[in-house]
Design a protein around this ligand. Structure first.
Ligand code: AMP
Length: 498
């Protein structure tokens, strides 16, 4: 295998790599470094965790140091745009390590903090500026940044920047740069909008694709755990008690959800901290540092807040809920199995989240194995709903008779620990109609019992559920109607796999 010394990098850069313990370049570094050193544009399709930060920053540092041009006040020579402040800080840390002895200045700017120190850093001019688009434009519009010396532009995590609504900011920034620049464009996925953006700003780029689009890292042991919403917190506690769950990041779809998880863990004496958009930069950094140093076992995060977190030792990623956007799944699980390590990614799947799960599996083109070996498994209802036909590679519903009602068994209700977690499910049950008359008819065997009624009740969509209403099934053509219970969502979605 090629090692870094064969890539013709500056010896001071090689020394910094050695200090970091990097011996061999990762595949993306191997493919990206030579063309970037030659000054070519680059289109890199790569997920986080592949080593892409070094893939673009090492050759940039080498070239800037080699040309030795001095940067003017307020000017920038290499501009790295990235979607979040966490990712910006992470890149800055890497740039700092690789360029330490090379007499290059770098700075990082992002929103949510005072701009005073950032403006001071820019006044002297910086060789490498790492920035989030919004703060960059703010400072540029106030005259603190001048773009005429920009030799290299990097767009990192371009798909994420687009998702976060930065596309106009990016276009405004690019419009201010000279055309005589080198552009490096990195994205985990290439949806049409990203392809268009890339082709509008790259000139004859070298294209490298390290992993196929949207597939997830092989070193990650991915699992689905089917669990009723009300058992998610106890299941989380159960996993966190396992000896291998040393450093765990828990993803929550919402800020409130993240706070609830943090509260629950604290109540259960599990050291945890939450990071999300309502926490200020100082709180986030403190939480991240405590997590990085191993002072807390669990970091609870929303998607946006966790972007760019690079902590090599994360043992587990737990998706407390299936992300609404399948791409987020890829980004979430990429927080583990970094730097050649193994990792575990467990996704809690509420019985009602099958549709989201199918969307994720379709996006990653992988059927995530189901792990039922936990005490809160709702295995029965799900094995009956979702079956995998290995010959066809598709999901199909199992026969009707084996289905169990979606209602959770009573013992699960007793385990309820956080009634706030899912409001929809926590609505008070409507009182049953009937009263005394109903009771009298029932004890005389004239009326169906609650249990019988349960199977023929109307489901949430207001459609009559004919599943076990045997009298109807046997006696009328109604039984051949399509079954409309929401358990059928999986089978409806199986079309996606065919
Ligand atoms: P990135 O995709 O740039 O976020 O990098 C993922 C992780 O891999 C980070 O923890 C890096 O520090 C680490 N890394 C990057 N390049 C190498 C390398 N050549 N050898 C070992 N670890 C690396």
């Amino acid at each position: 295998m090629t090692n870094f010394s064969e890539l013709n990098l500056n010896t001071k850069i090689l020394a910094s790599l050695e200090k970091k313990g990097y011996i061999n370049p990762t595949p993306i570094q191997l493919q990206a470094i030579p063309p970037v050193l030659e000054g070519k544009d680059l289109l890199g399709i790569a997920q986080t965790g592949t080593g892409k930060t070094a893939a673009f920053s090492l050759p940039i540092i080498h070239n800037l140091a080699k040309s030795g041009i001095s940067v003017k006040s307020g000017c920038v020579r290499a501009l790295i745009l990235t979607p979040t402040r966490e990712l910006a800080s992470q890149i800055a840390e890497n740039v700092d390590a690789y360029s330490k002895d090379l007499n290059l200045r770098h700075a990082v700017i992002y929103g949510g903090v005072s701009d005073r120190a950032q403006i001071t850093a820019l006044q002297r001019g910086v060789d490498i500026l790492i920035a989030t688009p919004g703060r960059l434009l703010d400072l540029a519009s106030q005259g603190h940044i001048r773009f005429m010396q920009v030799e290299v532009l990097v767009l990192d995590e371009a798909d994420r920047m687009l998702d976060m609504g930065f596309v106009n900011d990016i276009k405004k920034i690019i419009a201010r740069l000279t055309n005589k620049r080198q552009t490096l464009f990195f994205s985990a996925t290439m949806p049409p909008a990203i392809t268009d953006l890339a082709s509008s700003i790259l000139t004859n780029p070298t294209r490298i694709e390290v992993t196929p689009q949207s597939t997830t890292v092989e070193r990650i042991d991915q699992k689905i755990m089917y669990v009723e919403w009300r058992d998610k917190l106890p299941l989380l506690r159960h996993i966190l008690k396992q000896p291998d769950a040393t450093s765990v990041i828990v993803f929550s779809r919402t800020k409130h959800g993240a706070n609830d998880v943090e509260d629950y863990l604290e109540r259960n004496r599990i050291a945890a901290a939450a990071i999300h958009g309502d926490k200020d930069q100082d709180q986030r950094e403190k939480a991240l540092n405590r997590f990085r140093e191993g002072k807390i076992q669990v970091l609870v995060a929303t998607d946006v807040a966790a972007r760019g977190i690079d902590i090599p030792a994360i043992s587990h990623v737990i998706n407390f809920d299936i992300p609404a956007d399948p791409e987020s799944y890829v980004h979430r699980i990429g927080r583990t199995a970094r730097a050649g390590r193994q990792g575990v990614a467990i996704s809690f799947c509420d019985p009602h989240d099958d549709t989201l799960l199918l969307a994720v599996e379709k996006a990653i083109n992988y059927k995530i194995p189901v792990d039922n070996s936990h005490p809160f498994s709702v295995k029965k209802s799900h094995e009956s709903v979702v079956q995998y036909d290995s010959r066809k590679g598709e999901r199909r519903p199992q026969k009707q008779e084996n289905r169990t009602p979606n209602r959770a068994p009573k013992q699960h209700e007793e385990r309820r620990e956080n009634p706030k977690e899912n409001n929809r499910e926590n609505r008070p049950q409507k009182k049953k109609k009937g009263g005394i008359l109903s009771f009298i008819l029932e004890i005389f065997g004239i009326k169906k019992t609650d249990e019988q009624n349960h199977h023929s009740r109307r489901n949430r969509s207001g459609k009559k559920d004919f599943r076990k209403d045997d009298s109807r099934r046997n006696n009328s053509n109604q039984s051949r109607r399509p079954r409309r219970n929401h358990n059928n969502r999986a089978s409806n979605n199986s079309k996606n796999f065919s």
